[in-house]
Design a protein around this ligand. Structure first.
Ligand code: F3S
Length: 754
């Protein structure tokens, strides 16, 4: 029949819309007249305007309508605060918030969770009440890691999702295009603004053969990372295909897509198949599996679809790999790894082995690792290294507790951590080595950049499958190859591990465990959003003031930046991240890393009113408090780095009007426009040199501000002379409205009231 299929069992009134994909594709196919890859089908199936949209891979910018949004608790704070300032009643698409990033691993799951709830109480209270107020789903601390919960409850084949976390592509294991984005993009989609994505190129990975023995899905991505390197996927979607796909479990495919973030890919994706249907059935969503089967023609690539790049992998010949240290693309097959350890002088002793995390904590992963632990235990062995287990979700934790895997881990000395990111994101109170001491750890996680796990730059972190990590924990050494080497049992006899085995899905079904989900309440009007006026971590946002319609005149230059200015120079991370929900406090880091061209120092600029030097944020606030708007002048590629929206919010909050540069990093340029700032570029980059830090500036032409029409920068030099320089901009009509309204959200709020 044609009954509607809900996107998630946890939401009422939101349905999967395969018909839109079908209809959009009919239009797009007619226009393009060529076969389409799978990722093209899903993306073009979500176009805002399939008739008018320019479509050229690697060139055009697509305007898309995602099905859903997901935020983790660190990035959700500012996203939710911004959404609230738009004055809308409900998010435009189903949205969930997940508490997973703020829980530090110290002694073990239960105690660590209790401590985190205590420390982060005001953030959790804000997120719990803010989500309730605006109709979002809220996953409490202890529920698990965002990407596992999305796979278990929300991902579906052919869907399009954005998430404020770089490993959102995990949902590609269920055939969904899922992209990691910054908070600004999440807010847009929640506020019904289309999401812009540069039309991705497509890398095809053809899988042949069959996976078996010690080789796991993780080894596919470990090898792909070695081939493509950390930059090789940039601007592309990695699309897996071929007969080998059928030998991978759904959760295994998710592992591959998850770690695809390490090669810079926009996302990674698998075609709908029977293994996905198995997982959908096991997670109580047979209707989705059936619906997807009926639309399967849109959930796989066309024959003869063209790829921009091609990789072949024979799963039957693929070896387990170990990647690292310090970078996920240094891939070594296990047969060569012991030698590599010796040649490179990597510390041989394995201090800690960590399994689980968002990347590798499926029932299958846990069962296989438990089979290794049980075999070692039968030979009388405990782990030699420290051994931690991070379940990806409360559902996985409860199920592996019921089915005995947790018992098997604890039996050999393993410690089960909270269902949260923990050591994967550096939330790890590691005590066994001192800072600066060289040592080795191995994880089944995805990312192993210097210092990520334990903030110790001398820690050599390696990444492998949970099987390899678990086996090595018993050897206590990086040089152990479980495929060929023996260990000595407590009886003094050598033994070799059998091939790991484990069920892909729990034979007795999943145990949901504790109920950690808070759906939006029926009565939202009475919910009070909890933000204490005295909090130093959270602060409600006030809408920015609209443009007053006047020509800006005689503005001081806050800083003329010399050289590189990344989003880290504009809004530093590290300890400042604590304030990411408090715009006033985090604005104290505004541009403090940028180099002043006048004195080649950071965070030291002249206050043009007093002639005295001060910190950038302090001088900016002085101008603002006297009603004086200011500008920044910058060099090439201003704002490169991350999509961090604070880098645009802060200058706006401190009273900035325009950022005038030789060139912008595109995402930052758009973020500035969204916050109601003027992002302008010198028509002649050499004009940068004509600007003196002591100049006052006018920006002429705003009364006729229009796409493609230059503005003029009038420099008033000290001594009275002036000169005019042409300024280009990339505002389109809609973005000009953002400027006039004071911000994109102001405009959406005004529209929502109409
Ligand atoms: Fe990210 Fe690791 Fe958490 S990759 S979502 S930090 S478990």
């Amino acid at each position: 029949g044609d009954t509607k299929v809900p996107m998630s069992l946890l939401e009422k009134g939101a349905y999967i819309n395969y018909q839109r994909i079908e209809d959009n594709l009919a239009i797009v196919r007619e226009r393009l007249g060529r076969p389409l890859t799978l990722s093209e089908k899903i993306l073009y199936g979500h176009l805002d305007d399939p008739h008018g949209q320019d479509i050229e891979r690697g060139v055009s910018y697509l305007k898309l309508r995602p099905d859903r949004v997901a935020c983790q608790d660190a990035t959700a704070q500012m996203a939710l605060l911004q959404f609230m300032s738009a004055g809308m009643d409900t998010a435009a698409v189903p949205t969930t918030v997940h508490c997973d990033h703020l829980i530090e691993a110290q002694v073990g799951g239960v105690k660590d969770l209790a401590r985190a709830i205590d420390i982060n109480r005001e953030v959790y209270d804000f997120l719990a009440t803010g989500t309730a107020k605006y109709g979002l789903g809220f996953w409490k601390p202890g529920s698990g890691i965002i990407h596992q919960i999305l796979l278990e409850n929300y991902a579906f084949p052919g869907g399009l999702m954005i998430g404020t976390d770089s490993h959102t592509p995990n949902a590609g294991g269920l055939g969904m295009i899922a992209c990691g984005v910054g908070g600004a993009d999440a807010v847009d989609v929640m506020a019904d603004i289309p999401w812009e994505l540069k039309c991705p190129k497509v890398i095809g990975v053809n899988l042949r053969g069959k996976i078996s023995g010690w080789t796991t899905p993780k080894d596919v991505i470990l090898q792909v990372a070695g081939i493509l390197t950390v930059k090789g996927g940039t601007g592309a979607i990695v699309e897996y295909k071929g007969p080998g796909v059928e030998s991978l479990s759904c959760t295994g495919m998710a592992t591959i897509c998850n770690m695809g973030a390490e090669i810079g890919a926009t996302t990674s994706l698998f075609p709908f198949n029977s293994r996905m249907a198995d997982y959908l059935n096991a997670t109580k969503r047979p209707e989705i599996a059936n619906y997807a089967a009926r639309f399967a023609h849109n959930l796989r690539a066309d024959e003869n679809a063209e790829y921009d790049n091609h990789i072949e992998i024979n799963l039957s010949e693929l070896e387990p790999h170990v990647n690292g240290p310090f970078t996920p693309d240094l891939a070594t097959p296990i047969s060569k790894f012991a030698q590599a350890v010796k040649e490179n002088n990597w510390p041989e002793e394995l201090k800690v082995a960590l399994i689980g995390s968002c990347t590798n904590s499926s029932y299958e992963d846990m069962s296989r690792s438990a089979s290794i632990a049980k075999e070692a235990s039968a030979h009388g062995l405990d782990v030699k290294s420290k051994f931690t287990i991070t379940p990806g979700s409360e559902q996985v934790r409860a199920t592996i507790e019921r089915d005995g895997q947790i018992g098997a881990f604890e039996e050999v000395g393993g410690v089960v951590l909270a269902n949260a990111c923990g050591p994967c994101i550096g939330q790890w109170d590691r005590q066994d080595v001192k800072k600066g001491e060289a040592n080795s750890i191995i994880t089944s996680y995805n990312r192993n950049f210097t210092g990520r796990n334990d903030a110790n730059p001398a820690t050599h972190a390696f990444v492998a499958s949970p099987d390899i990590v678990t086996a090595m924990a018993f050897a206590g050494s990086l040089t152990f190859n479980p495929l060929t080497d023996s260990l000595i049992g407590s009886d003094g006899k050598p033994f070799r591990f059998s091939d790991p085995t484990g069920n892909e899905l729990p034979p007795r079904g999943y145990d949901p465990g504790q109920d950690t989900f808070q759906p939006p309440p029926a009565d939202r009007a009475s919910v009070q959003v909890a933000v204490s006026p005295t909090s130093d971590r959270l602060q409600l946002l006030k809408p920015f003031t609209p443009w007053d319609g006047k020509t800006p005149e005689n503005l001081p230059i806050l800083i003329k930046v010399h050289g590189k200015c990344t989003t880290d120079h504009i809004s530093a991370g590290g300890p400042w991240l604590k304030y990411r929900g408090h715009l006033q406090n985090i604005s104290q880091n505004c541009l403090i890393g940028a180099i002043n061209s006048e004195n080649h120092e950071a965070n030291k600029v002249k206050n043009q009113l007093t002639g005295e030097f001060g910190g950038v944020p302090q001088v900016a606030a002085t101008y603002r408090d006297q009603g004086i708007k200011w500008v920044v002048v910058g060099d090439h590629n201003y704002g490169e780095g991350s999509s961090r929206e604070h880098a645009a919010l802060e200058p706006r909050y401190l009273g900035g009007l325009a950022i005038i540069v030789r060139s912008f990093a595109r995402i930052h340029e758009t973020n500035l426009k969204k916050q109601g700032m003027l992002a302008l570029t010198f028509v002649d980059p050499a004009d940068y040199d004509k600007v003196k830090p002591s100049d006052r500036v006018d920006i002429l032409g705003l009364e006729t501000f229009a796409p493609g029409v230059n503005l003029t920068l009038r420099l008033h030099h000290e001594g009275g002379s002036h000169e005019d320089l042409p300024l280009a901009h990339s505002f389109n009509e809609g973005q000009i409205e953002w400027f006039k309204a004071g911000s994109a959200l102001n405009l959406m709020a005004a529209r929502a009231k109409e």
